[in-house]
Design a protein around this ligand. Sequence first.
Ligand code: PHE
Length: 456
Amino acid sequence: TQQDASAKTVRDGFTSSFGVLAATLGSAVGLGNIWKFPYLTGANGGAGFLVVYLLATLLVGLPVMISEIMLGRAAKRDAVTTLVQFSPRGQPWWLVGAFGVLAAFLIMAFYSEVAAWVFAYVFKAIGGSILSSDPAVTSAAFGQLVSDPVQSLLWQWLVLAFIGGILLMGVSKGIEAVTKKLMPILFLLLIVLCVRSLMLPGAAEGLSFLFTPDFSKISGAVILTAMGLAFFKLSIGMGTMITYGSYFRDDQNIPATTVRVMAADLFVSMLAGIAIFPAVFSFGFEPAAGPSLVFITIPAVFASMPFGHVFMVLFFVLTAIAATGAMLSILEVPVSVLNGRFGISRPKAVVATLLLLALIGSTCALSGSLLADFKLFGFNMFDLFDEVSSKLIMPAGGIALCLFVGWVWGFDKMKAELSNHGALANEALLRKLFFLLRYVTPLLVLAVMLSGLGLI
Ligand code: PHE
């Protein structure tokens, strides 16, 4: 139809500079900041882990993220088509895009389940049913949710439908409009919670859990964990940033935007750690790992403090907001591939993606109930999808992207795109970036992967 034809010529994209920032930061900020970063930092040597994570962010995250956004904006296509378009004949670089689509499904499968618990907890927090300072009670409440297949599936489908609804509205009217509203709220809530946490007696102990350096904890496996976290946090190595880059404006300064997003994301992670651990220690709770920290310890912590009911609602609203921006960007990868590569209309692409995801995601939703004993390679589906995406697919995608830009695309095209065709003078920096992409980053990622997996 005519409408389809015009939709092809005028491609949807981000319309303002603030929109670019909000959407991209919305992708980076997510559950990773709240249930991965603080715990991994505290458990793996505090400031020591932080140093490794920062190095991974600078030496790996920065070059890969810039490369992805750059390729996407240069092609203005989905992640698969972008690489098809720039590859010399017969070279299968498009596989990076294809694995990206696979990773999007794997990540979204467990991510949407954690988000499902978060959304459920927003309502439970408002209703007050999880408000108990006894971890045995909050643990039983969480156990009840996780082990109930009907509730787990329903909340996951609700979350998927919610995200699908935003995606149906498009890139500028959906993703951009929503993240522009949500991001400022997120910062506000986070700061309120930080101040509350820091004012509690004994807050210093939580800060020292988070920041006291213990370099003896750093091993090959911990370095891989830190690097995997950097990939996961920055949404890189699986096509999300190629896809979002394709919506960037031509006058957007890509390196500067990337640095800003990275800095803001790091800031959110630190604030999340500061909002959580001082409060946890102040009331004498043990810092636990992953889901139980957020869903068992934190409700008990809030129940112990004055006005905790209100702060608990704020905390889960904040977490739901963070998860929303990230999920939009994960799903946009397959949606844009179906739409741009296979010519399927956006509404159909969204629905198809959601249906497939409901199927794959149900293995994670049921990993606390019907599929509790189903394991592959010693992991349940939830942990397996997490490990495979953060420690294998995303780093491998990162290596491939560096090699592609460094050895196939070349310096001249990179310079043209990153200087906005001569409008920005940043040659000296670009030379350094190119050197990283060609030699340092791919070798570093490879070495970390091999040593982390115990192969060297
Ligand atoms: N960066 C998001 C987070 O930290 C997760 C994410 C991974 C988003 C991959 C998009 C792609 O929660």
